[in-house]
Write a protein that binds this ligand. Structure first.
Ligand SMILES: C[S@@+](CC[C@H](N)C(=O)[O-])C[C@H]1O[C@@H](n2cnc3c(N)ncnc32)[C@H](O)[C@@H]1O
Length: 256
């Protein structure tokens, strides 16, 4: 088992698919049920990544419906296209969430899952979602709140410093999870359901990939936020014995 700090970025597409198959499975299933996608509808997945949810959406809209997956990353788009090449309902479009390549008023169901945390202007993205959806459309939003990241270690202060660093320096909209319902209301949607789930990581390697334990600790040391020796000791201790980490993920279902 490698305990080297600052491991290179994992293959992002593979890592997102792994996350969806592991800690992500439960909330994704619930989101899909609450979205209540019907045959013949047009469903939009903003920031579709490697196409994690496109086949589930395609199954629900059926042959008479349409699924549009939008992402700005060419590697993600290639993987999404590869994974959905046999699904006639699915269209993959390159584009930015701040300026969606989708006709106004054309979408019945939309989802945006762990994308708003990366964008420059969440309010503008929500305004775009409002623009492209029809009156009565259902929209599912899912975002983490990184202030709630807990990593078990004997050196609790360093775990807390790691969480603070993640929130203040690593993720652009790190606390958007708690504000999601407010943002949705401010964008003109009606909030129907708010759910908080807590993905749990019991496997160190999985958590290292998904939460960036090594790479973000390396960065925190380089930026002078955490002492080098302490950071290394903390990271090594995580790889030994029982591991636990978790964070809160907020899902909001709203209507237009
Ligand atoms: C954490 S991944 C989530 C992927 C997918 N929603 C899922 O649940 O597996 C975030 C995705 O959002 C995309 N993304 C981030 N900012 C974006 C933007 N401004 N416009 C479009 N896509 C964006 C990234 O390229 C990446 O594929």
């Amino acid at each position: 088992m490698s305990t080297t700090l600052g491991v290179s970025r994992p293959d992002q597409a593979a890592y997102m698919l792994r996350a969806a198959a592991g800690a992500g499975r439960g909330y994704k299933r619930e989101l899909m049920n609450l979205l209540d996608v019907r045959p013949g509808q047009t469903a939009l997945d903003v920031g579709c990544g490697p196409g994690t949810d496109l086949s589930a959406l395609a199954e629900r809209v059926g042959v008479s419906g349409t699924v549009i997956g939008v992402d700005r990353d060419s590697v993600m788009l290639t993987e999404a296209r590869r994974r959905t090449k046999d699904l006639s309902a699915v269209e993959i479009r390159e584009g930015d969430a701040h300026s969606l390549p989708v006709a106004p008023g054309s979408v019945d169901r939309a989802k945006i899952d762990r994308v708003l945390m990366h964008v420059a202007e969440p309010a503008d993205v929500l305004a775009q979602l409002r623009l492209v959806t029809r009156p009565g459309a259902r929209i599912g939003l899912v975002e983490p709140d990184w202030d709630t990241l807990t990593v078990d270690a004997e050196d609790l202060d360093t775990s807390r410093a790691f969480t603070r660093y993640t929130t203040s320096e690593v993720v652009r909209q790190a606390t958007i999870g708690r504000s999601l319902a407010r943002h949705a209301e401010q964008a003109g949607f009606t909030v129907e359901t708010v759910i908080a789930t807590t993905p749990v990581f019991l496997d160190f390697q999985d958590a290292d990939h998904t939460l960036g334990l090594g790479r973000n600790m390396q960065q925190a040391i380089q930026d002078g936020h955490i002492d080098q020796e302490r950071g290394h000791r903390w990271f090594t201790s995580l790889s030994e014995g029982t591991f636990f980490a978790s964070f809160m993920l907020v899902s909001v279902i709203c209507t237009r």
